[in-house]
Design a protein around this ligand. Sequence first.
Ligand code: AMP
Length: 190
Amino acid sequence: MLNIVLFGPPGAGKGTQANFLKDTFNLVHISTGDVFRKNIKNQTPLGILAQSYMDKGALVPDQVTIDMLSDEVSKNSIARGFVFDGFPRNIVQAGALDTLLSKHNAQVDAMIALEVEDEILVKRLLKRGETSGRSDDSSEDIVRNRIKIYYSETAILKSYYEAKGRYHGVNGVGAIETITERLNAVVNTL
Ligand code: AMP
């Protein structure tokens, strides 16, 4: 298996680039944010619970998120590998992902981080909010809260994967195709 965690702050371009990686390397793309949004749209119990956190730009509780992720992985047990987008977002989730993959005799082969400055992120997210219909993209306060949570809880994962020699940083600013090429170059070294 080839398992990649696509990493970076909100607005770094993870969703866009995960779609390309999935196609190029024949992987299954799992975006925890997308799965939550689908559940909100269908008003499932999971969606109703997740919405109260997402509306504030806060993280959905770990156990709920981990169980959901683990279901998504099980549904695709014959996959060649995964691109995880938006997961893990803290150390507890990173540990849970290691445990889950080890049950499939697999591991996180690389964390690839899209590096983008904060002010560019805020601009990108508010612009996306004009068309995405995402309530968490529509207010500058919520957008800044999401970036703040990224630094307080999620950014530490860089050292977690660096310690395992699996961290790769990529410049996330530039034309979409250029960034795709930078990512492909990293994946081709794995
Ligand atoms: P995203 O689409 O990745 O920007 O995620 C949108 C929102 O979904 C986040 O702000 C969180 O509220 C929630 N979410 C997505 N992934 C996770 C996760 N791994 N852990 C907790 N909450 C998450």
